[in-house]
Design a protein around this ligand. Sequence first.
Ligand code: BG6
Length: 510
Amino acid sequence: MPAANPFQDPLRFERRVPPCAIVIFGANGDLTKRKLIPALYRLAYDRRIPPGFAVIGNSRTPMTDEQFRAKMREALNEFVDNTPIDEGLWDDFSKSLSYYAGDLNDPECFNLLGKKLEEIEQTRKTEGNVLFYVSTQPSHYEAAINGIGRAKLAQGSGWRRIVVEKPFGHDLATARSLNNKLHEVFSEPQIYRIDHYLGKETVQNVLAFRFGNGIFEPLWNRRYINHIQITAAESIGVEGRGSYYQEAGALRDMIQNHLLQVMSTIAMEPPAVFESDLVRDERAKVLRSIRRIKPEEVPLFSVAGQYGPASIGNKDVPGFRQEEGVSADSQTDTYSAVTVFIDNWRWADVPFYIRSGKRLPKRVTDIAIQFNAAPHSPFDRNGADSTPGSRPNLLILRIQPEEGISLRFLSKDPGEGMHLRPVSMDFNYGTSFGSRSPSAYETLLVDAMVGDATLYTRQDMVEASWAAVQPILDYRETNHVDFPNYAAGTWGPKASEEMLARRGHVWRTP
Ligand code: BG6
């Protein structure tokens, strides 16, 4: 009998979005216009949005419904991706959008929201289902949760759920306290902590690749894998987000959340069934198995970098400390690299090298799995030019751009003699499927509306990933680095190369 396939159940894939209202706190912010409204519009375009649907935007800025709609219409022009704007569809869709100004610290803001929700339930037939979406500045998260709790909006005639944007806490202690606050008002199954990397098609495809195929899994462990590199490089700087980023830095902004989740996708055990809590249990186990670094080991297991000014292609690029909103002696990391060990039977002693940075040479996110070299090569006895040992098999999972997978192996160079050369076998999403992939936010919004939390993080996952980086954060509080230590447009500080060199490894250039 064939082994059970965890994906047999088509549940996740053929789902009808139920009638509901989405309340967006922070509706005047960047996320709403760049991600949320374009994703909802695209879902409407794909006929995934039910007739009983409404969005209520809130922020402090006074605006009429009409002004809010006009603003969202402009946002679509700029941010909707690969989707024509159909005026008839927009007309209908825009009728579902409304807005009210209110201060989250003022109980009146939530009394008013309660009335609006009742009204909308009648006029737009949303059946009392409400998805609260908190995308304000993090300092206002608690006010939003308190307000919902006080006005008793966390329960109603339909389901009530809350999506909390990142950053989820600033460190382990604040993440715990945010979890406690949420639990005063919502139960865990109502809480959806978003990590948009988990919604990316290519990250989901890692699961399909690993658990839908039989040939990779036997190799997927410490016996065959030498080490793994996870890279998330961005060529942009902080793009007007200097004051936010100065408080966050690369370790908090990318590694603690997105990249540790990517790592857990690579490292988790196969779930028996592709079901929310079973999948999340497996991810959580990985995150809890991350080896804790002792304070004195921090410099050996992590590297912080900050970009300095440079001239790239005849253009002067400012250093991080010269960016708007950033202090001239900022100690924020715009680059971080860490070595992670997962202490379990599958992965013991296999290094996972994870790096992320701003102003690197290009935008690329990928995972490179380097297998052990062939134990012996019969071909290089007389010092021929091929040295298979130094060119082990490499499996590259390309998350973005140029989404795909390639496997590098050695092949005989045509001609006389036995000269070997690395070649690669490539799978490319675009050419294989030829269809547009949904954005992470489209996927995740549908998931939250249908009540599927598989691709959202759970309390234990968030706390375990904060616990993993906490020793590094603590160390950096008091041990300052001589920043800037890499020039904009380069692959980060030299210390990062040295971190890998200590184990005889080298960062690949993606
Ligand atoms: C966000 C970070 O969570 O992810 C940003 O706050 C970063 O700093 C972004 O640029 C990267 O996301 P993506 O989907 O463009 O890789």
